[in-house]
Design a protein around this ligand. Structure first.
Ligand SMILES: Nc1ncnc2c1ncn2[C@@H]1O[C@H](COP(=O)(O)OP(=O)(O)OP(=O)(O)O)[C@@H](O)[C@H]1O
Ligand SMILES: [Mg+2]
Length: 583
């Protein structure tokens, strides 16, 4: 929790000190009030009160002044504390967002998306509460306790009330014991509650994203059971912690009332020998309440703080994660343009035992169109993900323009490449803003051009055309439309290399053909890497690479592969007849 304070800015640090000053004023005013109660008691005990009316009123006014002092300073302290804490946490949230943005799939998989969401929302809220409470109570509780103890010791000495102090010792001891038990019971559950929130989040998210499929396959009951299992476990944990925390209130009332009773009782017993004790009764009770309250707040802090520490740790884990993919230092002279080379590349996913790609070598010249084909799961997406360095290869080297991808900064490398993922992804905003993700300052002419090339002319028929509002995740755009817009977004920056991961599969045959024709015409010198399932999409490629279970089992042109590569021939025959192929 302390470590995260390094994100405070100068203004917040200043506010923090002012908050602390207001808190000291608050405690001082608070602790001074009983002095005036005592004074009033003394006046009231005088034989002829009427002589002291003016003094009594004046004392009351002074007391009210301190009461106002408590109210104002505590209001200002709370206000400043919340400004400091909300500012700090907004900054931490941005830091988390930035950091997560720099994560590769490896780091994201390490945390899991639901956990990243809980950490940047729920944990932050948790921390916000803890910081505010700690900041205010952490100072006022011990200060009040110390002042109240000093006052009580003074009163006992001045009025001969030594036995009364003992009451406080006993009540504080009692309170500390009860609250320690409560803390020991509740503490271990806090971490479990946070991980429980992660799990709830995960199940809810999975269910919501797959809602249609859940309904279509009639898996509502299974999903409900899955949710109920996590939910009831979470509810049990929360219930347990609530039950335990519920004990605080009655214990506090019991000890407080018991203390007041004990004080009255002892004063009653001793007043015969020492009538002065009656004067200090109310001041003494007030100080005792201060002490008990302070100890209760302190004990509650002991309970809150570990909760905050759990959340702070979970946040710190994100902020301190070492990024696996480190940027290169760009210190090279590029001699080539638009070339790709794989040298004995092998790859396995982090945490997996099996290699997904094995000993892959090939090279692609500028302007060539190279296609990858192979059955589902043969490693096509994995292979092309190594070009923009979404992952680092496990063995071997991947070169772009003759330079190892690890030597580029990721920003520079990604600038060379236009990548269209297997599943089209759009962001909330307008169609235009989505296309401008590809090139920030794209002109109207450029936008029109890429819409034409990617056969995305449908956008002009949408309400508001280019300004059509795309909802989150592009839900209000069809799969094929999303795919075409993803192509438009990738080509708008006119990259050296274009990568299409099965990007034509959602297009009908005619559009597929037209888009490819347009691309070949408009981006003649651009190197194109295409993953496809349809032989028709790739048969004219300069080079076709056939993958099977992560290994290269064929490389060459269509006609050549039909003769030399059995797997390619089988794929081709599953889509065309012998006659069609021999044409
Ligand atoms: N993030 C991941 N973590 C672990 N294993 C993965 C991951 N992604 C893919 N795999 C595994 O790697 C293998 C290759 O997957 P890949 O996505 O590259 O196949 P593909 O050829 O693109 O298949 P498809 O034609 O279905 O898109 C599969 O066996 C898959 O289970
Ligand atoms: Mg794939």
């Amino acid at each position: 929790m302390i470590k995260l304070l390094k994100y405070l800015n100068a203004k917040e640090c200043l506010f923090l000190f002012i908050t602390l000053a207001f808190l000291v004023v608050q405690v001082w005013c608070n602790i001074t009030i009983p002095d005036y109660t005592l004074k009033i008691s003394e006046y009231l005990s005088m034989p002829d009160i009427s002589l002291y009316w003016q003094d009594i009123v004046w004392t009351c006014v002074q007391m009210l002044f301190f009461v106002a002092g408590v109210l104002i300073s505590s209001f200002l302290a709370q206000l400043l504390a919340s400004i400091v804490v909300s500012g700090l946490l907004a900054r931490i949230r941005s830091k988390i967002f930035e950091k997560v943005n720099s994560f590769s799939s490896t780091e994201i998989n390490k945390f899991s998306i639901p956990s990243l969401i809980t950490r940047s929302t729920n944990d932050i809220t948790q921390l916000q509460q803890v910081y505010t409470t700690t900041l205010t109570l952490g100072l006022t509780a011990p200060l009040t306790a110390i002042f109240a103890i000093i006052k009580i010791v003074g009163l006992s000495r001045d009025y001969g009330a030594g036995n009364l102090s003992l009451v406080n010792v006993v009540s504080v001891l009692l309170l500390v014991i009860v609250i320690t038990i409560i803390i020991l019971l509740a503490l271990p559950k806090f971490k479990k509650i946070q991980t429980g929130t992660d799990k709830l989040n995960m199940v809810t998210r999975e269910n919501l994203t797959g809602l249609k499929v859940v309904r279509a396959v009639g898996a509502e009951k299974e999903q409900e059971e899955k949710f109920e299992k996590v939910n009831s476990k979470f509810a049990k944990l929360e219930f347990f912690v609530d039950k335990v925390l519920m004990l605080i209130d009655p214990s506090l009332s019991f000890v407080m009332q018991g203390t007041s009773l004990a004080i009255v009782w002892i004063v009653g017993l001793l007043a015969g020998q020492n009538p002065q004790l009656l004067l200090v009764l109310s001041a003494f009770t007030q100080y005792s309440v201060f002490i008990i309250m302070s100890f209760t707040f302190l004990s509650m802090l002991f309970m809150f703080v570990p909760r905050g520490i759990v959340s702070a740790k979970r946040i710190n884990e994100i902020l301190k994660t070492e990024i696996v993919l480190k940027d290169g230092n760009n210190s090279f002279d590029k001699k080539e343009q638009g070339t790709i080379e794989f040298k004995n590349v092998s790859f396995k996913y982090p945490d997996a035992d099996e290699k997904v790609l094995e000993n892959i070598s090939f090279s692609i010249k500028q302007g060539q169109t190279v296609a990858f084909i192979g059955s589902t799961g043969s490693g096509k997406s994995t292979l092309i993900n190594l070009i923009p360095r979404f992952y680092d290869c496990f063995e071997g080297e991947v070169l772009v323009d003759g330079v190892n991808v690890k030597d580029y900064t990721q920003h520079d490398l990604h600038n060379l490449i236009g990548y269209v993922p297997q599943k089209g992804v759009l962001f909330s905003g307008s169609i235009e803003s989505n296309l401008k993700y590809g090139k920030e300052n794209a002109t109207d002419e450029e936008i029109k051009n890429v819409i034409n090339i990617s056969q995305s002319n449908f956008v002009y028929d949408l309400p508001d055309g280019l300004h059509y509002k795309v909802s989150q995740g592009g839900k209000n755009v069809s799969g094929g439309q999303k795919q075409r817009l993803s192509i438009a977004r990738a080509i708008i920056k006119d990259p050296e290399i274009l990568i299409f991961d099965d990007s034509f599969s959602a297009l009908d045959y005619k559009t597929d053909k037209t888009v490819r024709k347009n691309l070949n015409k408009a981006y003649k010198d651009t190197t194109k890497v295409i993953v496809a399932q349809r032989i028709g999409t790739i048969m004219n490629a300069d080079q076709i690479i056939v993958l099977d279970q992560g290994k290269m089992v064929g490389i060459g042109k269509h006609k050549q592969l039909l003769k030399t590569c059995q797997i390619y021939k089988e794929i081709a025959l599953s889509q065309f007849s012998e006659e069609e192929l021999s044409k």
